[in-house]
Design a protein. Structure first.
Length: 158
């Protein structure tokens, strides 16, 4: 290990961490993101009149699928058994708030899966409304909490 960075070997090269000696435990993570949209787009989402159909349901399914594919997208992320993924999309006056909650019983955490879920759900919202709102943007992507594992529990702001 190089200077405490667990993804670097003694030569400073990126490598996947060996988690085989870790205990299997329940681990959870929540993440959030926001998609900023125009007032017109928010109004269309509220009255289900967007041209491509049900934006929120499509984004929810995309986020679930993405969480399950995280280890294929993030080079040093371990493939893990995901026990539960939930994604909430809430229309606000300024866009859509997205929250994911991911649970596993495995040897490593699910923070990256939670982040991937909200990111891809946000990208899907944009894909489905880009023709009517080309200025849409995703921001405020972050982990809100995690529990389990050797580092224990963590909550943003505490």
């Amino acid at each position: 290990m190089s200077d405490g960075f667990t993804h670097l070997n003694n030569s400073g090269e990126a490598n996947m961490v060996d988690v085989s000696g870790r205990e299997i435990s329940v681990r959870e993570a929540t993440a959030t993101a926001r998609v900023n949209l125009s007032e017109k787009t928010v109004s269309m989402l509220r009255d289900s009149s967007t041209p491509k159909g049900d934006v929120l349901s499509t984004a929810r399914i995309a986020g679930i699928m993405a969480a399950k594919k995280t280890s294929e997208l993030i080079p040093l992320c371990h493939p893990i058994a995901i026990n539960k993924i939930s994604i909430e999309l809430t229309i606000t006056d300024s866009g859509v708030d997205i929250k994911s909650h991911v649970i596993t019983s495995d040897r490593t955490g699910v923070e990256m899966e939670a982040l991937t879920a909200v990111s891809v759900a946000g990208l899907t919202v944009i894909d489905m409304i880009k023709a009517i709102d080309p200025s849409a943007e995703i921001n405020s992507i972050h982990v809100d909490s995690k529990s389990g594992g050797k580092n224990g529990d963590w909550k943003r702001g505490e």
